[in-house]
Write a protein that binds this ligand. Structure first.
Ligand code: SPD
Length: 274
């Protein structure tokens, strides 16, 4: 008998992975979480029916949500990650030798599953500079400040993550950043849901002087075309070059990932030049 996991990308499109076995299934207070061992992509974390990360291609997402903002900031010391309970973003942030990394995830089940079964992500948690907070990222941002870089590594904008794509949250982010601070956020697939990137771009443009959408190719996410956005009141330009190991990100890719296809530029009314 063959077992497959299928993610519904639209009501007419499904994408599947053949499963070896289910490692864990947890219904937390917030989400329905599966961890599968798959044939081609290794360990695969699925939350509410949506692939969050796989052993084989997680490096692309985590490098791209972290290194562009971290290398744009001249000297990032205190970093906040909202979501990101699996630890993958924290692992990449540590490559920049920060003073302090705070991971705020609403769901302790994600953190615990990663600590137990996905050491390739959660190894960041053995570093003393990384502090885990289980709680609501929106409330956390309202009460804390002094961050150089804030990375919003969330699920898609439905359910617990919905508020992370709203103006009220972006206003709070701005207040909690130091001068010259930068945020980055994952903004979904512009192929199926360009409105997610447009919404983030439009709202962030009202709050920050500089906003840059950028893309990466992530095979296990819907359409494979994934978007991110960076925002700051300081010019978004590469201030340092990567002097650490990566598998996807390069200095050249910093700028090439910001070259947007025509349909995205037209839909979002962004030239990537704000
Ligand atoms: N459609 C899935 C988007 C998932 C984005 N977050 C992934 C979290 C990995 N740390």
């Amino acid at each position: 008998m063959e077992y497959w996991f299928y993610e519904e990308h639209t009501e007419n499109v499904r994408w599947g992975l053949r499963i070896k076995n289910e490692i864990a299934h947890v219904k937390s207070d917030f989400q329905d979480i599966h961890l599968f061992e798959t044939y081609d992509f290794g360990k695969t974390l699925v939350i509410d029916g949506t692939i969050q990360t796989t052993e084989r291609d997680e490096f692309i997402y985590h490098e791209m949500i972290v290194h562009p903002p971290m290398l744009t900031h001249p000297s990032p010391r205190k970093i906040l990650i909202i979501g990101g309970g699996d630890g993958g973003a924290a692992r990449e942030v540590l490559k920049h030798d920060p003073q302090e990394v705070i991971v705020v995830d609403i769901d302790s089940a994600v953190i615990e599953l990663s600590k137990k079964h996905m050491k390739f992500l959660s190894k960041a948690y053995s570093d003393d500079r990384v502090k885990i907070v289980v709680g609501d990222g929106i409330e956390y941002v309202k009460k804390h400040d002094g961050f150089d870089v804030i990375i919003i590594d969330s699920t898609d904008p439905v359910g617990p993550a919905e508020g992370l794509f709203k103006k009220e949250f972006y206003d709070a982010l701005k207040k909690s950043l130091n001068d010259g601070g930068i945020i980055s956020q994952q903004c979904g697939t512009p192929f199926y849901h360009p409105e997610e990137l447009k919404n983030a771009y439009d709202l962030l443009s009202k709050i920050f002087k500089f906003v840059k959408p950028y893309l990466a190719h992530i095979p296990t996410y819907p359409s494979g075309m994934w978007s991110f956005v960076m925002a700051s009141d300081d010019e978004l330009k590469l201030r340092r070059v990567p002097e650490f190991e990566t598998k996807y990100f390069t200095e050249e890719l910093y700028y090439s990932s910001m070259s947007l296809p025509k349909f995205i530029k037209e839909y979002c009314h962004c030239n990537g030049d704000k």
